[in-house]
Design a binder for this molecule. Sequence first.
Ligand code: KG4
Ligand code: ZN
Length: 365
Amino acid sequence: MTQTLTVLGLESSCDDTAAAVVRQRAVDPADILSSIVFGQNELHSAYGGVVPELAARAHAEKLDQCVREALATANLTLADLDAVAVTAGPGLIGGVMSGVMCAKGICAATGLPLVGVNHLAGHALTPRLTDGIPFPYLMLLVSGGHCQYLLVRGIEDFIRLGGTIDDAPGEAFDKTARLLGLSQPGGPAVQAEAAGGDPARFRFPRPLLDRDDCNMSFSGLKTALLRQRDQIVAEKNGITRQDRADMCAGFQQAVADVLAAKTRRALRLYLAENPVEPTLAVAGGVAANTAIRAALQAVAQEAGVVFLAPPLSLCTDNAAMIAYAGIERFRGGARDGMDLAARPRWPLDQSSPALLGSGRKGAKA
Ligand code: KG4
Ligand code: ZN
């Protein structure tokens, strides 16, 4: 099917209310005509994390306005669309339901086709949106709720090579920020502090590097951080700005080292089967971290593999990736009915056994 498709995407699976319009002419690269994201940081800041009920209510209140802005920015009306794509999971169920109901409402009123999209597939297909790369490629999906290596073989064909057995790295960044009194989401705050810190001053564990697989563990990092923080507080009756910066730098370096080492292993597995024009792509909120991006780029370079990282606005949650994944599914013939379900869990690779532990938002993975 080579027709031009213009699709509205909706995303509301965590704490960003997002709507976007993406257009793809035939097989050309897709154009993001608009991408609107309403964050909820202020709403949750007093609680130190995302409160699911507050998030769901805010999504329900803001989705209409978000859709209107996405259409206005694209200079289009609903009549110009070919379909509506919506995140149908995995994620915080109240938020996912808000998005799915909004999309169903638009489709019922207009007669537009409805396409449900897996949020993780949205992230995993982002390098095709940004760079139009062919299948297969290796994807490191690393965010607040998930961390996994995926061999991406097709729109709905993902093989998980490994992932975190407990916390996702974004979750570890968020907890680190909380323990050090920094703002949420923790990733950008910890990265900013780490810029002025010495990564060698504090020792952080690098778990599971002795295991020759692609699984990772990040939950020990916060325990190490807590111990170090408490030790300094006991010694000096408080922590200085420099102590905090050094802890952030050490923590960030440990995450980068683990991801780099495990990416080397994942690349070995991937290259054994896919030696022609190999590509390593990253996606998800933690892929916005400059130190982590640099570490992964170095690993790819060392292996002679092309490295792709999306612009920061497409690393964190957005609806352009959902609209684009919707275009891919729609071209593949997918259509969903009014019985489209909102799913809290929805692994991309249905054949892989669930990993031990799931983390705070790890059920998404
Ligand atoms: O993909 P995303 O927007 O939402 C999920 O699906 O989880 O990722 C959000 C996560 C948060 O945990 C946030 O702290 C982290 O991505 N993050 C970062 C950075 N920017 C966002 N982590 C490290 N460094 C960053 N610069
Ligand atoms: Zn996400």
